[in-house]
Design a protein around this ligand. Structure first.
Ligand SMILES: NC(=O)c1ccc[n+]([C@@H]2O[C@H](COP(=O)([O-])OP(=O)(O)OC[C@H]3O[C@@H](n4cnc5c(N)ncnc54)[C@H](O)[C@@H]3O)[C@@H](O)[C@H]2O)c1
Length: 256
């Protein structure tokens, strides 16, 4: 047990699984009270039970504006306010520019882009009442570089990066004590991508990389992301605002 985010209240979306679950566990171990949200109620409740009294689970679809209003209201009622938002929940599906339907495109933007916009909008309003706010947006290396077989997902993650910059610039200009940063991982060993390896028809480098050494070089663990989330949530990062932080073991660098 530590105290790096002692006294803070953090809302983490998509906290029933993978990275969000790890974020919630680590922030709680470091003294935060945590509100876990997810569409998966059973798994989300189980993580909240594991944490105990410092946790509250709320069933929440991040694409719903009413859902966000309820999450903020219930968080303020239970814990008095909100200091940290980890916009983490997202969905992933295959599709190039040629194979992606408008329906799939809109389904992904609704969650991965609209959901993050709503989270930032309502968090800024709530965090203005608190001394130090931090919004942490989960983007992806695909939001910087673009991945051909994840057209809609890559575009949604680029939207998250742009949204992050505008929120940071706005809060700075308004002299709000609210920071907003984005995290850009390559692969993380979570259900979101590990299931893709079972899909033999998948037209992607993720599947071609069957070599365990390549996979090890490429895939980090959820804790590797949670460690940066903890730093960005804490006041240790108080002058870091509008940053795009890659966690990719140098994947985006040129190698010769
Ligand atoms: N896993 C990777 O390789 C990878 C790489 C780069 C970025 N990311 C990003 O990291 C974040 C966490 O992903 P993960 O790998 O832990 O995925 P995951 O699939 O393990 O967890 C995502 C969680 O989000 C929830 N969720 C999905 N749609 C939702 C909605 N509309 N409302 C609320 N909850 C919803 C799911 O139920 C699930 O519990 C995502 O933003 C993802 O895009 C993941």
């Amino acid at each position: 047990m530590g105290s790096r985010v002692q006294g803070k209240v953090a809302v983490i979306t998509g906290a029933a699984s993978g990275v969000g679950k790890e974020d919630a566990l680590l922030l709680a171990r470091e003294g935060a009270r945590v509100v876990l949200t997810d569409v998966n109620e059973e798994a989300g409740q189980a993580v909240a039970r594991q944490i105990g009294d410092a946790a509250l689970f709320i069933k929440h679809d991040i694409a719903s504006e009413d859902g966000w209003k309820q999450v903020i209201a219930k968080t303020e009622e239970a814990f008095g306010g909100i200091d940290v938002l980890v916009n983490n929940a997202a969905i992933l599906a295959y599709g190039t520019i040629e194979t992606t339907t408008l329906e799939l495109w809109q389904k992904i933007q609704r969650v991965n882009s609209d959901g993050y916009f709503l989270g930032c909008k309502y968090a800024v309003e709530a965090m203005k009442k608190r001394p130090n706010g931090s919004i942490i947006n989960m983007s992806s290396i695909s939001g910087i570089g673009g991945v051909s077989s994840f057209c809609a997902y890559s575009a949604s993650k680029a939207a998250v990066a742009g949204l992050t910059r505008t929120v940071a610039a706005h809060c700075r200009a308004q002299l709000y004590k609210i920071r907003c940063n984005s995290i850009h991982p390559d692969g993380i060993a979570t259900p979101m991508v590990m299931n893709l390896h079972a899909d033999k028809s998948a037209p992607t480098a993720y599947i071609r990389e069957k070599d365990p050494k390549q996979l090890q070089a490429r895939f980090c663990q959820p804790q590797d992301i949670a460690n940066l989330v903890l730093f960005l949530a804490s006041d240790e990062s108080r002058f870091i605002n509008g940053a795009e932080m890659r966690i990719d073991n140098g994947y985006a660098m040129w190698a010769d």
